[in-house]
Structure formats: structure tokens, C-alpha cells
Design a protein around this ligand. Structure first.
Ligand code: CA
Length: 431
């Protein structure tokens, strides 16, 4: 029997707190889960620094990837005998679902920002490079790794397959919303996925939802909206992320100045230089990063050691509302005052802005163009969701941005009350 059709003699199941069970019958999927590159995802948390806000949020990208695979498996099961669905695309869809986040590194957002990397490039590199994953995909069929890479990259010719994995209502989002809600313990993020799966239909170039499922879809869109503001953009999580980003900045800056670290940061060298190889990239997981942060707590450089202690022991920066566009003068004065007070403003005075677009209708040609959700009406016509749903219409295409200013309030409070600099800083910050 061809490798691509091989089934395990007995179905394997993973217990999963969100989907109850994840079912594996295909030999290929089982082999992919066993690769070093996929197992590495156990050591990358799904929500980065969120565990410092929601202590339950320790789940990994491994959990999430299995979850996305399971949702796609169920979607395809429902598609089986429907028009437009090509059964030949089954294994490809399952592999793309399982492997879509393969290139994520530790604390992706901060690492990508500081070292100018892109996890999507690394996903492609793992699929196409000299890896265990690549060897397995190649056994399926020559050119198969490239197909999987194209689906994940959204360039695959069959757009129906692409939209199952990534669109505004895809398996990725449906898994992470429920999973992140479960592990953070918040009451948002829940919606009736069973209902949505039952009313999803394959069309020529996209997945659509029967109109009768509109309210379940509305609930899903609202869940996503709530999760962004209540969980993903939580100001405390962002405080930890600001500190993490500044640690990486500082370490890189010290390296460039020729500073001698007490422990050679071997795992970071290629990142500091800006061009980690695939092997070097894969060797840096969150356990390794946290190990360095622990050792850097003892460094002679005051900024690096202070920031690492803050991260490791959760002594986070405090925040206030602050719009840098409207408060330019205050910003400039604070910058000078911080310098005067001996607090390096490049590390201790940080503005962070987060924004989200909860749902978007179709804007052809615009940046970040996203396929909208289409409802299938009883007469067979398709209608874009926000044209039928008032609830979705009210948040469609509206980008919301939140600005915060992060500061080490403890260090400011430690300054003498007679200091004029302190008085003025406090005045600007708290009025
Ligand atoms: Ca994902």
C-alpha cells in the first residue's frame, strides 16, 4: 500500500480538554507528530507572556496544532460526499492544519520584532529544508512538501483547501479561541462550534456557512472580539512583553558593544548577528530563553539584570493611558526627566499600542485583504455576513487601537520625595 494511504492498525487518540479526543488514523499524520520539529512545539507556549496574567495559560503550540488538525479532520468528514470537495485533498489539508504553526519560535512577537524574523519564513524553511518533517512529506509524493507549504502560505491553487485552514472563520481561529478561553479560564471565547461545523459547506473556492447558522457565526465573531480585548491585549500581558522585548534589545545592544557576558550567550549569537540558520533557530525554545534570563539576572549590566529580574520574578511595569500622537510634548519632557533621574528612557519609558480589526468585509486590493464570511441562502445565493447580520455590521471594518505607557513605578517611588525631577514626573503621569 502506498505510504499516503497507510492506516494505523488501531486508531490513536489524544485526550484533549477542548475537543475531548483528537483522532489519528493516518500513518503519515502519526509520523509527523513524532518528528523533532513537531515535538519542539511542546516547548513553545501558545500565548507567550499571557501566563503572567492568567496563570492557567501555559498551554503550548503543540496542543493547539493538534486541535486545528482535529477540527479540519471533522470539517472534511462532513465534506466527504459533497460537490466541490475533492477527496484527493484530504491528506494535504490534514498535514497543512497540523503543521501550520511549525515555524513559531519562543515568544514569537518579541523575537520577530527585535531580531527582524518572520515565523512564516521558518515554517516554509522547515517544510522544505533538511528536516524530519520534510523527509516524511517527501515519502508521500515528490513535491508534496511544497504543496503543504503553499496551502499554509495561502498560494495553493485550490482556494477551498486554503480557506479551511485560514480565512475569517477557519479551523485555526476556532481552535485557539476555545483553547485560549479554556486555559485562561475566562468566560468569553466560547461559541457553538458543533453547530458551525454542521452548517459549513464547500463551494468552488471557499468554505461558506448556511444562513441558518448565522447566529452561531455571530457568536463566534463576538467571541473573537472579546478575546482580543480581554485576553490577547491584556495590559498586564503587554507589560511582560514590553519587558521581554527590552531584555532582547539590551542583550543585543551589549553584544554589539563588545560587552563580555559572564556566560557566553551561545544560543543567541546568531540572533544577535541577525541570520540564524534553521538549526540554530530550532535550538532556541522557551526553556532555553528562560535559562538565559535567569543567568542574566546576575550580569553586571544594571539594565539587563534589572529587566531579567522583573521578568523572572514578575515585577512588571505599571501602565497608564497615553496616546503618543496627542501627547508628544509630555512624551518629550518625560524622556528628558527620565534621563535626568538616571532611568534610561529607551528601556524604562515605553509606549505600546495594540489594535485589532474584529471582522472585515471585502476590500479588494487593500493591504491585509481578507476573504469575508459568506452565508449560503436557501435559494443558493451567497451573501456577505455583515449584510445580513446587524451585530456583525456594527463592528465590521472598525479598527480599534489602545495605547499605554509602561513605566517602572517602583523605581520612581524609590526616589527621594525631595527630588524635583520625581515630582514633575509624577505630575505628568498622574496629574
Ligand atoms: Ca495557529
Amino acid at each position: 500500500m502506498a505510504y499516503r494511504d497507510e492506516k494505523l492498525s488501531e486508531e490513536k487518540v489524544f485526550k484533549d480538554p477542548v475537543h475531548r479526543y483528537v483522532h489519528v488514523r493516518d500513518r503519515v499524520i502519526w509520523d509527523l507528530i513524532g518528528t523533532a520539529e513537531f515535538q519542539r512545539l511542546r516547548r513553545i507556549k501558545q500565548l507567550g507572556t499571557s501566563y503572567l496574567t492568567f496563570h492557567g495559560a501555559e498551554h503550548s503550540r503543540f496542543n493547539h496544532s493538534l486541535g486545528v488538525y482535529e477540527i479540519v479532520r471533522r470539517i472534511i468528514e462532513n465534506f466527504q460526499d459533497r460537490p466541490h470537495w475533492n477527496a484527493e485533498e484530504r491528506l494535504l489539508s490534514l498535514c497543512a492544519a497540523l503543521l501550520h504553526d511549525l515555524g513559531h519560535g519562543p515568544f514569537s512577537h518579541s523575537f520577530e520584532k527585535v531580531f527582524k524574523l518572520d515565523h512564516e519564513d521558518f515554517t516554509q524553511a522547515i517544510l522544505l529544508g533538511d528536516t524530519e518533517v520534510n523527509r516524511i512529506l517527501n515519502r508521500v509524493e515528490k513535491g508534496f512538501p511544497k504543496k503543504v507549504a503553499d496551502v499554509i502560505n495561502k498560494t495553493y491553487e485550490n482556494k477551498l483547501v486554503v480557506s479551511v485552514i485560514s480565512s475569517q472563520i477557519d479551523a485555526d481561529r476556532m481552535d485557539y479561541l476555545q483553547r485560549d478561553a479554556y486555559f485562561t479560564g475566562v468566560s468569553y471565547g466560547h461559541f457553538d462550534m458543533e453547530r458551525i461545523l454542521r452548517v459549513m459547506r464547500p463551494m468552488e473556492d471557499q468554505v461558506v456557512v448556511k444562513e441558518s447558522g448565522m447566529h452561531a457565526v455571530e457568536d463566534y465573531i463576538m467571541s473573537r472580539y472579546q478575546m482580543y480585548w480581554q485576553v490577547y491585549f491584556h495590559p498586564v500581558t503587554r507589560s511582560a512583553e514590553v519587558i521581554l522585548t527590552k531584555i532582547l534589545h539590551r542583550a543585543k545592544e551589549l553584544y554589539e558593544e563588545g560587552y563580555t557576558f559572564k556566560l557566553d550567550p551561545v544560543h543567541f549569537m546568531s540572533f544577535f548577528r541577525g541570520q540564524p540558520t534553521l538549526k540554530e533557530y530550532l535550538a532556541l525554545d522557551e526553556a532555553v530563553v528562560l535559562y538565559y534570563f535567569q543567568t542574566w539576572m546576575e550580569e553586571d549590566d544594571g539594565v539587563l539584570s534589572d529587566l531579567c529580574q522583573r521578568f523572572v520574578n514578575r515585577r512588571l511595569f505599571k501602565y497608564i493611558e497615553f496616546n503618543p500622537n496627542a501627547q508628544m510634548n509630555e512624551w518629550m519632557e518625560l524622556y528628558k526627566l527620565f534621563t535626568k533621574a538616571g532611568l534610561n528612557p529607551d528601556y524604562y519609558l515605553v509606549v505600546d499600542s495594540s489594535s485589532d480589526l474584529p471582522y472585515d468585509f471585502y476590500r479588494p486590493g487593500e493591504e491585509g485583504e481578507r476573504l469575508p464570511i459568506h452565508l449560503l441562502q436557501p435559494n443558493g445565493e451567497l451573501k456577505e455576513l455583515s449584510r445580513l447580520s446587524d451585530i456583525v455590521e456594527s463592528i465590521s471594518g472598525k479598527k480599534r487601537t489602545d495605547h499605554k505607557l509602561y513605566i517602572p513605578l517602583d523605581l520612581l517611588e524609590d526616589m527621594s520625595n525631595r527630588s524635583k525631577t520625581k515630582k514633575r514626573i509624577m505630575e505628568i503621569l498622574f496629574g
